[in-house]
Design a protein around this ligand. Sequence first.
Ligand SMILES: NC(=O)c1ccc[n+]([C@@H]2O[C@H](COP(=O)([O-])OP(=O)(O)OC[C@H]3O[C@@H](n4cnc5c(N)ncnc54)[C@H](O)[C@@H]3O)[C@@H](O)[C@H]2O)c1
Ligand SMILES: [Zn+2]
Length: 368
Amino acid sequence: MQSIDVPLGPRSYVIHIGNAAPGQLGLAIGSFSPPPSKAIVIYDAEVKLIAEKTAKELGFEPAKVCMIDVPSGEESKSIRYLEYLWKNLLQFGVDRKGIIVAVGGGVIGDLAGFAAATWNRGIRFIQVPTTLLAMVDSSVGGKTGINLPEAKNVIGSFWQPSLVWADIANLATLPTREFRSGLAEVVKYGIILDADFFEYLENHADAILARDTSALTEVIRRSCLLKARVVAEDEWETTGRRAILNYGHTFGHAIESLTEYGTLLHGEAVSIGMSMAGHLAASLQRWPDHSLDQQNQLLERFGLPTRIMAGIQKHLTADRMIQAMMHDKKNTYGKLNLILPNRIGEVQTVSDATIDLVRKTISHHLAL
Ligand SMILES: NC(=O)c1ccc[n+]([C@@H]2O[C@H](COP(=O)([O-])OP(=O)(O)OC[C@H]3O[C@@H](n4cnc5c(N)ncnc54)[C@H](O)[C@@H]3O)[C@@H](O)[C@H]2O)c1
Ligand SMILES: [Zn+2]
């Protein structure tokens, strides 16, 4: 496996990426100090087999491993399931040396990570991501938390994992649509930080879509490297640097919140959002039309939408979108702050896009 360091001083950790050989995970955990007293594997019920395989690989005596399953879906990122986890941790007698192992996509990583952050004032946890989105994004950076019925991700904390274990073999059962959704975040990294990576994606699109191991390892490795760099520069999201990871997300979150969660996958909404942000940047002559075309061609090659489909247009009028966007947490003092590209590989926070221009951009994205 390949490894990447996330340099955060005493909270530093390693991300392992590739096809894991038997015994490798146990070896990595074997170096933890102090040695974990027991492991609690919290997993998405959909990936039971992966969770069982992972549990065997931890290198613990079977009596020191507990398994807790959580139903698949965003609804599990709730106070109800957090309480369910806390009660199980109590029942299993998990002390401060216990370690949580989160096996699943971003939902499980966020929920189990937050359980780790809050149990006994914080215990260690390991991310074993099983979706592409979790491998390239949510498992790295330490954002953990749950939703309120009215608002996503409003309860949470920064709590870094002790290890991220991205075993490509665990993606084998991931549905195509989920896989493609994860690719939206991958394209995002190319646009915001790395023109060379963007070119790699263009040149290897077929191998990536075919889930070729070496192409996937490279995609995840470079994505994690870029995310780790941004997180190391702004761990607590205080300098504004980390906000560049939200490219396409102000539009994307508005689309998600107006279409009922689940209609579009997160990456699909972000893909339309990147097309909107890119279009707005072109209107402001911040970057050329051909760069916007290049971005959108790659998104479309990955099977991602760059227009608002007819079926959801009635929920996404320009006025509703703008209203939802004004609620975005990046907006200070009622001003619309957007991350817009200067060129492929570089973005900037911009606050001078007029509402009128934003409205034109949204209208432009209504598919005929
Ligand atoms: N913490 C962060 O920094 C961060 C960043 C981005 C997103 N997120 C959060 O991540 C969540 C989205 O993550 P996600 O896209 O991974 O969604 P998810 O966890 O809901 O997984 C998507 C679907 O794939 C299924 N699945 C997972 N692994 C599978 C596998 N190997 N085979 C077959 N099915 C599998 C799940 O059961 C689910 O139905 C959101 O809650 C979002 O808020 C967090
Ligand atoms: Zn995202």
